[in-house]
Write a new protein. Structure first.
Length: 278
């Protein structure tokens, strides 16, 4: 059966009277489609425009192919719309390898997907096995960040942060000069490159993606920075309304995709160095 991608745009001004239920394997097979929520403009992770679809969309395609169903994407503007969009899956969630199965719902999993409604549902949002590790780097021009490996070393720098993020709070707590004009990581790393700020804390995928698309810009990443807190995350996918059979099936598919190097190859095609979960 030919796999088609059906595109649905979820307009933020629409109102919903109730949450649309989703996500068991039986429901997915009955409708013949895997419903995935994703963001319309968030490369390297996802995009609804152009030929570059994004890592998460390509991964969703592989999962749908293994399930032998079509892929149906709901494009979101804001993450909280996912609860009411009837999606079976979101393509990122904090996933801790050593957690017990009943602890895989991701309460408070900032800055990724949260499952604040988990206790209200029979089958709460559940994170899969971890499939990749998302690291965080201190990024800036080499002459500004070389040798900067702890918070004290940043005292003379102006650090770019996104408002309300852990890095924003960390800069406040450490009394380090910072600027909060940036809304997305893409804006932040561009601000670093343009000299609006001296440096910023950037996720590893965004850093490598920026270098791939801007080969003439030389930015250095400090990969051994001591944040004093654990900011690197094991990431999997988020299943909504999934029963035990569904969770097992999706985890088996992800294990197979890792074994076949499909996930690693997707990351490599975007110029991103894949890091295995720890």
């Amino acid at each position: 059966m030919k796999k088609l991608i059906f595109i649905i745009i979820l307009f933020p001004l629409l109102s919903y009277s109730k949450v649309v239920l989703s996500g068991s394997l039986d429901e997915i097979n009955a409708r013949g489609a895997l419903r995935v929520c994703s963001f319309s403009d968030r490369l390297p992770f996802s995009s609804r425009s152009g030929e570059v679809r994004g890592i998460q969309v390509e991964l969703a395609e592989e999962i749908a192919k293994e399930l032998n169903v079509d892929l149906e994407i709901t494009w979101l503007r804001y993450r909280f719309h996912a609860r009411k969009a009837g999606c079976d899956m979101m393509m990122e969630a904090v996933s801790r390898e050593n957690d017990a199965a009943d602890k895989r719902d991701i309460e408070g999993a900032k800055p990724l997907t949260r499952a604040s409604d988990s206790k209200k549902q029979k089958f709460p949002p559940t994170a899969s096995i971890p499939i990749v590790r998302m690291e965080t780097y201190l990024v800036g021009l080499k002459e500004l960040v070389l040798g900067k490996t702890n918070l004290k070393s940043l005292k003379n720098l102006n650090i770019g942060v996104m408002r309300g993020t852990w890095s924003h709070m960390l800069m406040q707590k450490s009394k380090i000069k910072y600027r909060t004009k940036f809304v997305t990581e893409a804006e932040l790393i561009k601000g670093v490159a343009d000299g609006e700020v001296d440096a910023g804390f950037i996720s590893s995928p965004q850093y490598w993606w920026f270098l791939k698309n801007n080969p003439s810009i030389k930015l250095e990443a400090v990969k051994n920075f001591d944040f004093t807190i654990d900011v690197s995350l094991n990431v999997g996918v988020l299943m909504r309304g999934a029963d035990e059979k569904t969770v097992t099936k999706i985890n088996n598919i992800l294990t197979k995709l890792l074994s076949d190097n499909k996930i690693q190859d997707i990351y490599a095609s975007y110029g991103i160095k894949y890091v295995a979960p720890k």
